[in-house]
Design a protein around this ligand. Structure first.
Ligand SMILES: Nc1nc2c(ncn2[C@@H]2O[C@H](COP(=O)(O)OP(=O)(O)OP(=O)(O)O)[C@@H](O)[C@H]2O)c(=O)[nH]1
Length: 909
């Protein structure tokens, strides 16, 4: 207690002294902040003077104190109050008694108006001193004593007030600003809405590097240095005023160095290199106001980070250690999958002796796997899709042979009627079907493959009527492939002809049973023996002659022998043990296809195994479809078609080619996948073939390349006719003219066909088709040649003529007369005129002349003018004189003129 009392007394005395001093300090602080070291020295001598009876002279002492502490920075007093020890908390209390109005005034002052602040701080002591009388001071002292004597002074109370006092003194320092020593005498600054001072938001060199153009030195005064021309910040002004030299910013140091070094200094050079950047920095915009502007250091750091990140991305490319790919694959695609550059693969392949480009295809598994090993990647070949498309690898016969006997049932034979033109195939089928198809056929030639299912006395027969003309060889071959039995129709009055022989060969190649129908037995010149002999020559020895070949004499007109023929077919069917599995998925072959205007692609298919149902999803080689409708040969709708049934189906994605196989798959998606894969493979194959062909042509080019080309566009009503036409045209053999079919399609000749023909200078050949109404004006407009035919060999002959027309005509020279030049006459108008005498023959003015001098030809050309005396004449005969004007003036007396006629003839293919 005693100790506490003693302390209280001391504190009381001190408080009295400090009370006065605090007033002095308060005034002094506003004038100049004191240093921390000097403060005790100032305060302690003031303490004994701070007695209450001697309160009156206090103002004078204060005045003296103020004078003494004039240079003492005010901030020291305040910063001390913040960090003061607990026993010196009186100072803090004093600070709390400072007039808030003055603090607030100084706090709201704008730093750039430093002069005004200084003026206020200088005048403040006078203003404060005069109104503060002794009476006013006394109660303040008492209050202070009471507070200090209080039994439990709360140390937090002054601390809570500290931020209010200190906050304006210590300016907020931005991270990117160079740290500056806290300026003791820095005036309170005004903060912006962002909590930062405007100065801090400005670039460090803002306002320093751009002297105002109007800032010229006053007359008579020395010109200011560049550094002096810069607007001074409040900090600089404070430094100048206190005449202290604290650590300066980097910019100022550099400026000093620049002054020392002159214009050749490094800093100067740097500034010169980046003037634009400097100019940008001097801008002050909303980004600066919001504190979003990045400093140079920030930008440099960002660049460094960006660079390092980039490097890391390149360096950390993750390459697969194993891959599963499909073959064939292009080098480009393989590189993408291996995360490599294509050039790297090309380089490795080159090292292995393979010169390839990016788009070349790799299909050799070993090469691909070796390539993968070079880059540490294990490559396996994905054959799942290849297996998928191999669903038709097994033939239908193989598939049936592998089917369980329980599932197999006997099926109707598929019979193809083949033979020479007009030997009576269609008539014979008609006799069987009791229908008459031949009457409606153009040129009495069967142009389309037909398919029928006939009910006969011996059972059902599926009949294919194949065309007889040679152009249909391809179709016939396909017909033979799809059939079980070939009925070889031979007219008994004519015997075997060329196309009969072809049909025999195709049937033999297809290993199909042959039954010979010797037709037209009703004719008087029917010769059975002749046909037997010819058959035996073709290694088809008739049964009648001890062979195995079945022959039947018949007549389509009278119907003679037709039942025997059907019996023979049934017998052969039994021998062949024709069976199929109706419960299996349907498989078969496309016989015909055409584009129907309303139905789209329509195909005639022959079901060979299984049962085809409406709604089945099928793959037609590289086309697919879902069976929408199904009809028989009479147009009757069907819901399903069993083995050996030809039907017409719709719902296809495209127009399948005759002879292509079809197979039913799980669903439409599966069908699409398979057709897509097949299309892709086909494209690649086509590209390879084209490349090879072009290379071959290139090699042949040096020998004999056709100089002329006839370009064609083909249109036919159905796919079979189109192929037959194309096959017939491609058979035209010519070394002089090349035939180029740029498009072949089913349907009418359209506008686009005409435009295409015009663009490619092509001729359009229409076979069993017609021209669309809109296309006709275009044909006239462009002058495109369009040839329409219903008979295939007429179309082929027409094309041959067109090909021949492409060839240049051959000039043939025929000697007509011999003429001697006996004199020459010069004409100012025409040149030299030869005065001639016709030795032999007749000279016509349309003839040509060879000028012979001393046995050699010196000129060759046409006669420009032929005259008798002064008259132009058409001809001059032997023994007459005439004047001949040639195309040359080099004519002399004694020259001979060989007169000849030039005629042109067409070349043949
Ligand atoms: N006398 C007689 N004439 C027949 C007989 N069969 C066919 N013909 C005639 O022979 C001609 C040709 O008959 P088609 O049935 O068109 O002959 P095709 O073999 O089908 O001819 P392509 O369709 O060109 O292959 C027709 O005029 C028939 O009338 C027959 O048995 N006796």
């Amino acid at each position: 207690m005693a100790k506490n009392l003693k302390l209280n007394i001391k504190n009381t005395q001190l408080a009295k002294a400090i009370n006065l001093d605090s007033v002095k300090d308060k005034l002094a602080k506003k004038k100049a902040p004191a240093t921390k070291e000097k403060e005790p020295a100032v305060k302690q001598p003031a303490a004994p003077k701070a007695k209450l009876p001697k309160a009156k002279p206090a103002p004078r002492e204060l005045q003296e104190t103020i004078e003494v502490k004039e240079d003492t920075p005010k901030i020291r007093a305040r910063s001390r109050s913040v960090f003061a020890e607990p026993e010196k908390r009186e100072d803090l209390e004093e600070v709390s008694f400072e007039e808030p109005s003055q603090e607030s005034e100084s706090e709201v002052e704008v730093p750039l108006q430093t002069e005004e602040v200084e003026m206020e701080t200088e005048e403040a002591p006078h203003e404060t001193f005069e109104p503060i009388a002794q009476e006013e001071i006394q109660p303040i002292v008492e209050t202070v004593i009471e507070e200090i004597v209080a039994p439990e002074p709360t140390p937090e109370a002054p601390v809570q007030k500290e931020p209010e006092v200190v906050k304006p003194v210590v300016p907020p320092v931005r991270d990117f600003e160079p740290l500056k020593p806290v300026e003791p005498k820095a005036p309170p600054v005004k903060l912006g809405p962002t909590g930062r001072h405007v100065k801090d938001l400005l670039p460090a060199d803002w306002g320093k590097k751009k002297p105002l153009p109007t800032d010229k030195p006053a007359p008579g005064q020395p010109p200011k240095k560049s550094s002096e021309e810069k607007p001074k910040t409040s900090d600089e002004r404070a430094k100048e005023k206190t005449k202290e030299k604290p650590a300066r910013s980097l910019d100022l140091d550099l400026d000093d160095e620049e002054k020392k070094k002159g214009k050749s200094g490094k800093f100067k050079e740097f500034k010169d290199l980046k003037p634009a950047k400097k100019q940008d920095k001097s801008r002050f915009d909303s980004r600066d106001r919001q504190g979003l502007r990045e400093s140079d250091e920030d930008l440099r750091w960002r660049k460094r980070r960006h660079k390092s990140q980039k490097y890391e991305i390149e360096d950390t490319t993750i390459r697969p250690s194993s891959l599963k790919i499909r073959v064939p694959i292009s080098i480009k695609d393989l590189a993408v999958q291996m995360k490599l550059k294509a050039s790297q693969l090309v380089e490795k392949l080159f090292m292995q002796g393979l010169v390839l480009t990016l788009n070349d295809l790799l299909d050799d598994e070993t090469t691909i796997q070796l390539l993968g090993q070079e880059f540490g990647c294990e490559i396996t070949i994905d054959s799942s899709e290849q297996e998928r498309i191999r669903i038709t690898d097994k033939t239908i016969k193989e598939e049936v042979s592998l089917t369980s006997e329980d599932l197999l049932e006997p099926r109707a034979p598929i019979v193809a009627f083949m033979g020479h033109v007009d030997h009576g195939k269609t008539s014979l089928i008609d006799a069987i079907r009791k229908s008459n198809r031949a009457a409606s056929e153009a040129g009495a030639i069967t142009q389309h493959i037909g398919a029928f299912r006939c009910k006969t006395a011996v059972g059902d027969i599926a009949i294919l009527d194949t065309p007889g003309h040679e152009a249909f060889s391809a179709m016939r071959a396909r017909g033979a492939d799809a059939t079980d039995i070939v009925v070889l129709v031979v007219a008994g009055d004519e015997g075997i002809r060329q196309q009969t022989i072809e049909a025999i060969q195709q049937a033999k190649e297809a290993k199909v049973t042959i039954v010979v129908a010797i037709n037209k037995c009703d004719k008087p010149n029917f010769d059975q023996e002749l046909v037997y002999r010819q058959l035996s020559e073709q290694e088809l020895l008739p049964e009648a002659w001890g062979g195995t070949t079945i022959t039947v004499n018949c007549s389509a007109v009278t119907g003679q022998g037709i039942p025997e023929l059907l019996e023979m077919l049934a017998l052969q069917s039994e021998v062949l043990e024709l069976k199929a599995a109706p419960s299996a998925r349907a498989r078969g072959v496309v016989l015909e296809s055409e584009m129907h205007k309303g139905l789209g692609p329509v195909a005639t298919v022959l079901v060979q195994n299984g049962t085809l149902k409406v709604g089945n999803s099928c793959v037609f080689d590289y086309h697919f479809g879902r069976i929408k409708t199904m009809r028989d040969e009479f147009g009757n709708p069907l819901q399903e078609a069993g083995p050996s049934t030809p039907v017409e189906v719709t719902g296809l994605s495209g127009l399948p080619e005759a002879g292509q196989e079809f197979i039913v798959v799980k669903d439409e998606k599966e069908a699409k996948i398979i057709s897509d894969v097949r299309s892709q493979d086909r494209r690649q194959t086509t590209l390879t073939v084209k490349k090879a062909v072009s290379l071959e042509k290139l090699m042949e080019g040096s020998k004999d390349v056709p100089q002329k080309t006839l370009t064609l566009i083909l249109r036919a009503d159905v796919q079979g006719s189109l192929e037959a036409l194309r096959a017939g045209l491609l058979k035209i053999d010519s070394k002089k003219v090349d035939l180029n079919i740029i498009f072949a399609g089913v349907g009418e000749i359209s506008e686009s066909d005409v435009q295409f023909a015009n663009a490619s200078n092509a001729v359009i050949i229409g076979f069993h088709t017609q021209i669309e109404g809109h296309a006709e004006p275009l044909i006239k407009q462009y002058g495109v040649i369009v040839k329409l035919h219903d008979i295939i060999y007429h179309a082929i002959d027409d094309v041959k003529e067109l090909m021949a027309a492409q060839l240049d005509k051959i000039a043939i020279e025929t000697d007509k007369a011999k003429v001697e030049v006996r004199a020459t006459f010069k004409s100012s108008q025409h040149g030299v005129i030869a005065g001639c005498y016709v030795l032999e023959g007749t000279v016509n003015r349309n003839y040509h002349v060879k000028l012979i001098r001393a046995g050699s030809e010196i000129w060759k050309g046409s006669i420009s003018s032929l005259k008798r005396v002064k008259d132009d004449v058409r001809e001059v005969s032997k023994g007459f004189e005439c004047g001949i004007l040639l195309g040359t003036n080099d004519v002399q007396a004694g020259d001979l003129l060989n007169v000849y006629e030039v005629t042109y003839i067409k070349q043949t293919l």
